[in-house]
Design a protein around this ligand. Structure first.
Ligand code: ADP
Length: 455
């Protein structure tokens, strides 16, 4: 992996790199698995690929490089398993998911250690991700039992109308490196609750968290073929992606990642008209109005803007060349890390206000009116989350409704929770994850007309 790619994808703030190494990732971690997981078996491939600790650049594991043949094997296994998994009662599926959740909690330290090592987060953030990731298993273990259909009043006396929700089938799940556990469980928990089976292709940088989830799934009693993982290198990814997005046995693709990759996958999936959920890039506006409680706004900014990082260097250089001022930070730190950076005199022409930033970068734009702030925020062709701070109740309602985003934080910088719907509008994606709606992404509604009835 080139230093440039590391830098692009691996920057976390507040991280004394030495702190990360207090925890050593070694063979004693009972959840460390390095093979693919297909049909309930650990599967080697013809070659393997390295997983690198972004804090040091050291190789921490070599993982089986599953190719299109292994991906096809996983799809076939998932298809086979679908026919029995969907016939389990909702309560049976619920019990398995709950057990999986309990195991994640039991092994939270081991899971967090893996996240820290392959993804570069401090342990506190990794533990937070494990709790967040597990919360989807808990939530969807509960939602599994609430997949109701409808009994619809019929206009004809000799007919009854029923709407039945049924699982769509095999779902391909493709996820990014920044939340290597939660982005998988958020999708897989909903899919399994609905009665679907899945094939997961984790990000090439972070396959170990996915494989640790598979280990716990097996312990929890997830039957063979229901949850499969095909890790692969960056080079092998397009060939594996093609199988996962075009195989006729796959009914649905669910992706989290960049808008550009999402479009590629959508195009591939179009040929066989698969259902698709897309959680794509965002560029969250963060607006502080005159009436805002400034302390609250600062806490919100720290929480929402200084978590995951990357891609910032080219954006800072671009902004400075167009007249922005670096008020704080701006430099690269030891290893792959980046200083928290504050930019002023920013204009909407600069890349940092257009492209998604995975970095500790705050570009500040001054505005005079609410209309102006909304115009800047809504000018984007993506719309994932938006945040604003205000104490003016009328303004809060106006801005909440006018922001063109899928999620709004009012006087709040962190929104994610399994009870609420996570998803974007515009080119930020299709569908939502979490909430009572998340499971619908893995269900189809069948209209059943029961006719010829004698009054
Ligand atoms: P990032 O910039 O975070 O790496 P990507 O959208 O490129 O964002 O990656 C997100 C996920 O999409 C990763 O698992 C990556 O391997 C996968 N991916 C990228 N290109 C393809 C492809 N052609 N087919 C399938 N998966 C892909």
């Amino acid at each position: 992996m080139s230093a440039q790619r590391l830098l692009r994808t691996r920057c976390f703030p507040r991280l004394p790199a030495a702190m990360l190494r207090r925890y050593s990732l070694d063979a004693s971690n009972p959840l460390l698995r390095t093979q693919g997981y297909v049909n309930g078996r650990w599967l080697s491939a013809a070659s393997d690929f390295p997983v690198v600790d972004p804090a040091t650049g050291d190789e921490i594991a070599r993982v089986s490089n599953c190719g299109p043949a292994e991906a096809k094997q996983a799809v076939d296994a998932a298809y086979e398993a679908f026919h029995s998994w969907k016939r389990n009662s909702a309560k049976e599926r619920s019990v398995v998911l709950r057990k999986w959740f309990d195991l994640m909690m039991l092994y939270k330290e081991e899971l967090a250690q893996i996240i820290t090592y392959e993804c570069g987060k401090p342990m506190s953030e990794s533990l937070g991700e494990v709790a967040y990731s597990a919360s989807f298993l808990e939530w969807f273990s509960e939602e599994a039992r609430r997949v109701y259909g409808d009994f619809v009043p019929s206009p004809a006396k000799d007919r009854k109308i029923l709407l039945l929700k049924q699982p769509v089938g095999v779902a391909s799940i493709i996820t990014p490196w920044n939340f290597p556990s939660a982005m998988i469980s958020r999708k897989a928990a909903a899919a399994l609750a609905a009665g679907c089976t899945v094939v997961v292709k984790p990000a090439e940088d972070t396959p170990l968290s996915a494989l640790a989830l598979a280990e716990l799934a097996e312990k929890a009693g997830v039957p063979p073929g229901v949850f499969n993982v095909v890790p692969c290198s960056r080079e092998t990814t397009p060939a594996v992606g093609e199988v996962l997005c075009t195989d006729p046995l796959v009914a649905k693709i669910s992706f989290t990642g960049s808008t550009a990759t999402g479009k590629v996958l959508l195009k591939m999936a179009a040929d066989t008209v698969k259902k698709a959920s897309m959680e794509l890039g965002g560029h969250a506006p963060f607006i502080v109005f005159d009436s805002a409680d400034v302390d609250q706004a600062v806490s919100g900014a720290m929480a929402s803007k200084f978590r995951n990082c990357g891609q910032v260097v080219k954006q800072i250089a671009d902004a400075v060349s167009r007249g922005a001022t670096v008020l704080k930070g701006g430099k690269r730190l030891e290893g792959s890390f980046m200083e928290p950076t504050l930019l002023s005199d920013v204009t909407t022409e600069m890349i940092c206000t257009k492209e998604e930033t995975f970095g500790p970068l705050l570009p500040v734009i001054r505005f005079n009116t609410e209309e102006e702030a909304l115009a800047i925020a809504n000018a984007s062709n993506v719309g994932l989350a938006g945040y604003f701070f205000s104490q003016d109740v009328s303004q809060i309602w106006r801005v909440m409704e006018a922001l063109e985003v899928g999620m709004v934080g009012v006087n709040e910088g962190l929104l994610s929770t399994p009870e609420a719907a996570f998803g974007g509008v515009k080119q930020s994606g299709l569908g939502v994850e979490g909430s009572k709606y998340g499971i619908d992404e893995y269900l189809e509604v069948k209209y059943m007309c029961f006719g010829g009835l004698k009054p």
